[in-house]
Write a protein that binds this ligand. Structure first.
Ligand code: SF4
Length: 266
């Protein structure tokens, strides 16, 4: 039985990997696998470089292409894995299907595990190998726990076993003298809340310009859609939204919203 960490390089999976490194979660994993969508913020790649130096097991990086480039290419003839953009149509608004998590996160990790186990493409894995995949979902996210689609992979949620919330993970990092990780997700992920957009606009101008450009680009729809698309749930262009926080405006902050799945690195 092999133990493999699905490493999103955000708060929870980073804390989980470091806890394993210190022997606070056992057994010692055989490796961690980071699936790179190619559109992660710069600080996540820097964090990953650092994290790798702290872990006694290897961190393998895999990808299934670049989600941003594939999106841009979809304006030509190419297929693209749907991102959950917000849609506007005469019949009301909606949300596009989410295929990106599976295509850019789940699939490349599963492919890498098969490769590590020496399976040939198409070779049956069930009954041949058994894997425990550690997923960094914390106690405040239990609704996101799902069994693995592959019957030969058993998902394990060590942070749930430890009864740890996201805040507990941050506190554990502090107690152990580590720097604090940030949330990891694609630069243009429609699941960002307003605080995340505001932070990007204020502190990461290159990434902000990039996402504003992509937001404009998808307005006329992408391949296979007729509706107008938006990255922000308000169905407004990103660069026209007032992201001053409600706190700045003297009101109480009420944040809500969907999140990218545990696989997507939160
Ligand atoms: S972070 Fe968002 S955009 Fe990126 S793969 Fe996950 S759901 Fe899709």
């Amino acid at each position: 039985m092999k133990h493999i960490i699905s490493l999103g390089a955000g708060v929870q999976s980073s804390a989980m990997a470091l806890m394993a490194a210190k022997g606070e979660i056992t057994p010692m994993p055989d490796c961690a696998i980071f699936a790179d969508t190619g559109w992660e913020p710069k600080h996540i790649y820097q964090w990953l470089d650092w994290l790798e130096t702290q872990l006694p097991f290897p961190v393998l990086r895999v990808n299934n292409g670049n989600i941003r480039d594939n999106l841009v290419d979809s304006f030509g003839a190419k297929r693209f894995a749907s991102i959950p953009f917000f849609t506007e149509s005469p019949n009301g608004g909606g949300l596009m299907r989410r295929q990106c998590t599976r295509e850019y996160k789940v699939m490349p990790i599963t492919k890498k595990i098969r490769e590590l186990m020496g399976l040939q493409p198409g070779q049956r894995a069930k009954g041949v190998i058994e894997i425990t995949q550690w997923i960094g979902i914390s106690l405040d996210e239990v609704v996101r726990m799902k069994p693995n689609r592959e019957t030969w992979i058993t998902n394990r949620w060590p942070l749930i076993e430890e009864k740890m919330t996201r805040l507990d993970c941050l506190n554990w990092m502090k107690r152990n003298g580590y720097p604090l990780p940030q949330k990891s997700s694609c630069i243009g992920c429609p699941y960002h809340n307003d605080a995340a957009w505001r932070e990007m606009k204020m502190h990461r101008p290159d990434e902000w310009s990039d996402v504003v450009e992509i937001d404009k680009m998808i307005r006329s729809g992408v391949r296979g859609t007729k509706e107008k698309l938006y990255i922000h749930r308000s169905l407004k262009p990103l660069d026209e939204i007032d992201f001053r926080s409600l706190e700045d405006m003297g009101q109480q902050v009420l944040e809500f919203g969907d999140e990218c799945e545990g696989m997507c690195g939160v």
